[in-house]
Design a protein. Sequence first.
Length: 365
Amino acid sequence: MTRPLTVGVEEEFFLVDLDSGSAVPAFEEVIAAAAPTGPAQRLKPEASAALVEAVTEPHSELSLLADDVRSLRSAAAAAAEKAGCGVLACGTELIPGPYMPPTSGSRHRKIREKYGALVFGHIPCGMHVHVGMPDREHAVRVSNHLRTWLPTLQALATNSPYSLGEDTGYASFRSTWWSYLPVAGPAPLFADAAHYDALLDSLVGSGVILDRKMTYWFARPSEVVPTIEIRVMDVCPTSDTVTLLAGLTRALVATCLEAVERDAPPPAVSDQLLSAAHWQAARYGLEGDALDLPSGRPLPAWTLVDRLLRHVTPALSDAGDLALVNDLLAEMRARGSWANRQREILQEHGSLADVSAHLRSLLLK
């Protein structure tokens, strides 16, 4: 058996007031309070001063990734407690509060100047999964094969029904919000890595984006490490959900890599239909119909989840992840998406501050 592809995760978290649950610009205080060694050294700044990003190491074993995720979350929570705030894993800002400034640093300030309220009117928190690639050429070609499967991963990760105090009607408002940025959404089909790089050079040269990191496609080769980065998921409340999504994502990438290596053509699909499938996933998550891309017709979202699971089962088995992923998926099937669970919490407790507190209590689960 070949060694499994490496997998790593980046998670973006809100820093929030412990009483109101609203975001607070406490990044510098949290980093100052963080432990000087260990996982806390992998807590990073994000665009807003109300966010902190946790970056795992790459791992070949899913259980080690799960341990790393828990260690990082624990380090973030400990630092936030010292700084007098909490850590919230939610795709959007639940409760309205004062304007959140960008973090210090010229890049984030330039982003604020360029895109204005588009960036800071809503603050999104995502989970990005990096899977190791042999080289950039393979990463670009794997992206072509991933496109039709990513709406299903998106539906599994929905965790942002509320934004700034309102029920948006979406399961993942974060996903919908990203569509307002100039280079976001499903990645185009690329002939090869040279085609990909030429388009990036043109986009940067046009001034529409500031640098190559501002291509916010749902899948892209990393500009920093030898991975493909899948960016379609909301950050989720529990480490178990992270483990589920990371395991499924790695298995899907491995399956697509096998197709690339035998020179299979990527699935043919209309770009408009693909965008519609992502909209449907953002709107309804797991609790409604999804768009079946081969037929163009609606099907229950769980039907497409089951299809994804069948598609990646050989890769899950090869990595030794099948039993764990099946168990975690069964739990989600029984309880529903996190978007649905947020609405249940609000119905039971009555306020978004209660939703925030409940989600914060799950950070280390």
